[in-house]
Design a protein around this ligand. Structure first.
Ligand code: BGC
Length: 767
């Protein structure tokens, strides 16, 4: 397991500002003063008042059809502990006033919202943020989100989503950091620190919520809410680490997942909620269900009615019922009948109150109200940060040549540019899913930004939408082809609808470009013009055909409010792309789930030509497809720049380390280093990645595992030596006895630009 220490080191090494380095994890959850205040309050509370703290309403303010039209009255009577989806200082203050001034014990509410990638200023979606490989940037973005959200009364965000996602069919891949537990842990820490700041009781700090606990990203067949069956080892090795990192970084809350894990719905799973989270990790914060998931234990089939749903959930360790409306209905009677000990309710209420005290809500329940009304203005510094974040999140997948030079950055003599595609001017889609208080009206699209750039530069922009995102009509094709024919270069802005096809309940069985966009691409490509394909999506799409037929491909994800300016600056070379994939990009959907750190199997296809069907038994009886290569189209960790980086051979501080010494007090690690050179003629940033493989161990381990990364800035011709420490955290794993330990082994270590390339060396781990 990786420790927080290591992660903080990674974060620091990635170039964190002094401000961020100075922060300790945000844990005031073991403060004796707070515990005393909680105990005193609890001793004055009736059973109903304690239960109220476990009640969270989501739909209170949504008007007709809401199950809680009397939510104001309920608040005044002290029947509700927290709300979500109520925003704005005036609205939150008004409701808070009822809780604080009218309810018997004056206990404040917490207001929550899904602030996922920005509040008012919308940043790139989390999968894009992870593609920056820059935890410091993610921390800063989360800090900005917290500043903006808290100014409107929101003190709790349901973020970060730290689910490992290895199947691009699953729409929620967009909400997380991708497929890797090491990178996922670094990002989890960054989000928690950014939201919660140095102290939770700072009025600009917002409680983080690591979700969805746990295994949700492994939903079978990539279908949302589907069940998950996995070994405890896979759970511990892959899916738990980002949660553990979030807990160690001080997250004050965790959200249980919708899925059943090994037959037990996560919301009522004592193994994960109590054994792992509380007993192993000593988590002192609160656990909230996912939306309605206490009640969903009934369709899952472990409860016949709401009474049992509530009983099983609270006894498993679930503190707060998010809109399941089961705790509010049944907990009192369950306690009175002796089916649930009152101590279980006390404990849940204690955890909620502890958080309310830690947030300082008892002392400062209200939010200063702004002079004007309506949405707060966008802060120019936040907009600029959103642009930088977007620029750093783009992943250049291909940059072929046209006319004797690389297509990107666009050459000075490019005069006429054709801009084609349904995403070129779609402001709303740039925001991606989960927009909090973002506004499409604030978005600068690619078309708008390109237009102003070309007006300044004196070029000509020919825009043709070509088709809709999800359409079968091809009556816009002719105009698009015509524009392409008249241009020097074609920019094609294609991809997914950001709400309908991405995030929750947006699983896809096909991963191609939606609607008839592939046909549009092929029609435009037939003109023979150089094409730069810009892909907007919340997951990797099948770009097999495009990779073989267009000149350049830029994966843009959903870049946020500054999509256009960030893209234009990248296309024109004001900045060089530096993002790298955090998910493997499949050739075909049939390869999913697809991830780089797979096990080798007993019949690996090493040395076999997988680009053609097997011709004999020797080629056939391997772990392979007979009709496609195994490898992704673009691997995890991959991304190009406008410059080129060369990696020199590795240097190891020793050829062997001792497992005993690594685990013992002295913990003598190994140092692995390599020199990286910018061999091109312009400055650029490179993510340098460290991978390790262990063989000869009690259980089979992945062919490679990311164990470190560093983002370097190198001027033309400049070289830097990068050194990584390889110690217990990097070499330990869950062994055959389910112990997290270092075993004697043969180790291979790589330092390289992606999971598929790099310089390697060997060392031995002795007893
Ligand atoms: C989602 C959660 C989200 C919650 C908010 C659910 O549908 O799964 O991620 O935080 O809604 O109520």
């Amino acid at each position: 397991m990786r420790s927080l220490r290591l992660l903080l080191q990674v974060v620091a090494l990635a170039g964190l500002s002094l401000f961020l380095e100075a922060q300790a994890p945000t844990t005031h959850l073991d403060d004796p003063v707070i515990e005393q205040r909680v105990s005193k309050l609890l001793s004055q509370m009736t059973l109903e008042e304690k239960i109220a703290q476990t009640v969270h309403y989501a739909d209170s303010s949504t008007g007709p059809g809401s199950p809680h039209t009397d939510y104001r009255e309920q608040t005044a009577q002290g029947h509700v502990g927290s709300f979500e989806n109520i925003t704005g200082a005036t609205a939150t203050n008004a409701l808070q006033k009822l809780a604080v001034e009218k309810s018997r014990l004056h206990i404040p509410l917490i207001f929550a919202l899904d602030v996922i990638h920005g509040y008012r200023t919308i940043f790139p979606v989390p999968l894009a943020m992870a593609s920056t490989w820059d935890p410091a940037l993610v921390e800063q973005a989360s800090h900005i989100a917290a500043q903006e959200a808290t100014s409107e009364g929101i003190r709790w965000t349901f973020s970060p989503m730290v689910d490992i996602a290895r199947d691009a069919r699953w729409g929620r891949m967009v909400e997380g950091a991708g497929e890797d537990p090491y990178l996922g842990s670094a990002m989890a820490v960054a989000y928690v620190r950014g939201y919660q700041g140095a102290r939770l009781d700072d009025p600009q700090s917002m409680l983080a919520c690591a979700k969805h606990f746990v295994g949700y990203g492994a939903s079978e067949a990539g279908r949302d809410y589907n069940s998950v069956d996995m070994s405890e080892r896979a759970l511990r090795q892959v899916y738990l680490p980002p949660f553990k990192a979030a807990v160690e970084a001080g997250t004050g809350s965790v959200m249980s997942a919708f899925n059943a894990l090994n037959g037990v719905p996560s919301t009522a799973n004592p193994f994960t909620l109590t054994h792992i989270l509380r007993e192993e990790w000593k988590f002192e914060g609160l656990v909230i269900s996912d939306y309605g998931s206490v009640a969903e234990t009934i369709p899952h089939g472990i409860a016949l009615d709401g009474r049992v749903a509530a009983r099983k959930s609270i006894l498993a360790g679930l503190d707060v019922d998010l809109e399941g409306n089961m705790y509010s209905r049944y907990l009192a009677e369950l306690v009175r009948s002796g089916d649930v000990p009152e101590a279980a309710v006390d404990q849940a209420a204690r955890r909620v109150l502890r958080i309310k005290f830690a947030l300082g809500l008892f002392d400062h329940p209200y939010t200063p109200e702004p002079a004007g009304t309506g949405k707060p203005e966008l802060d120019p510094a936040h907009i600029e940060f959103a642009r930088t974040a977007a620029e750093r999140s783009f992943v250049l997948l291909k940059n072929g040549e046209a006319g004797g030079h690389a297509v990107l950055p666009l050459a000075r003599d490019v005069h006429t540019v054709a801009l084609i595609g349904p995403l070129a001017d779609s402001a709303a889609d740039m925001l991606g899913p989960w927009r909090a208080r973002g506004d499409a009206a604030d978005v600068v699209t690619l078309r708008a930004a390109l237009n102003s750039r070309m007006q300044q530069a004196g070029g000509q922009l020919l825009y043709a939408k070509g088709t809709e995102i999800l359409s079968t009509e091809d009556n816009g094709f002719a105009e698009a082809v015509d524009a392409a024919k008249k241009s020097d270069v074609v920019l094609m802005a294609l991809g997914e609808d950001s709400l309908w096809m991405s995030a929750e309940a947006a699983s896809r069985a096909h991963l191609g470009l939606p609607g008839n966009q592939q046909q549009l691409l092929e029609a435009v490509a037939a003109t023979g013009k150089p094409i730069v394909l810009i892909v907007f999506s919340g997951r990797p799409l099948e770009l097999n055909w495009a990779a073989g037929h267009v000149s350049a491909i830029l994966q843009a994800w959903f870049p946020g409010v500054q999509a256009g300016p960030a893209l234009v600056r990248t296309l024109y070379g004001d900045v060089s792309p530096s993002g790298k994939l955090t998910v493997s990009m499949p050739r075909y959907v049939g390869q999913e789930p697809l991830y780089y750190d797979e096990l080798n199997t007993g019949r690996p296809a090493d040395g076999i030509d997988l680009t053609r069907p097997p011709r004999n038994d020797k080629e056939k009886y391997h772990s392979r497809y007979v009709d496609e290569p195994n490898a992704p189209l673009f691997p995890f960790g991959y991304g190009l720049s406008y410059t080129k980086f060369t990696y020199f051979p590795l240097e190891l501080s020793a050829s062997q380390v001792s497992a005993g010494a690594l685990s013992g007090r002295s913990q003598q690690p190994l140092h692995v280093s390599a020199t990286v050179r910018n061999a091109g003629s312009r400055a650029g940033e490179e993510v340098v990645e460290l991978y390790i493989r262990l063989r000869g161990t009690s259980v089979a381990l992945p062919v490679k595992q990311l164990e470190g990364f560093r983002k370097l800035t190198l001027g033309p011709g400049e070289s830097k030596r990068v050194e990584f420490t390889v110690g217990r955290d990097e070499l330990s794993f869950w062994n055959i006895d389910m112990q997290n330990t270092v075993e004697p082994a043969h180790a291979t270590v790589w330092i390289g630009p992606s999971s598929a390339e790099g310089q390697s060396a060997e060392f031995i781990i002795t007893k």
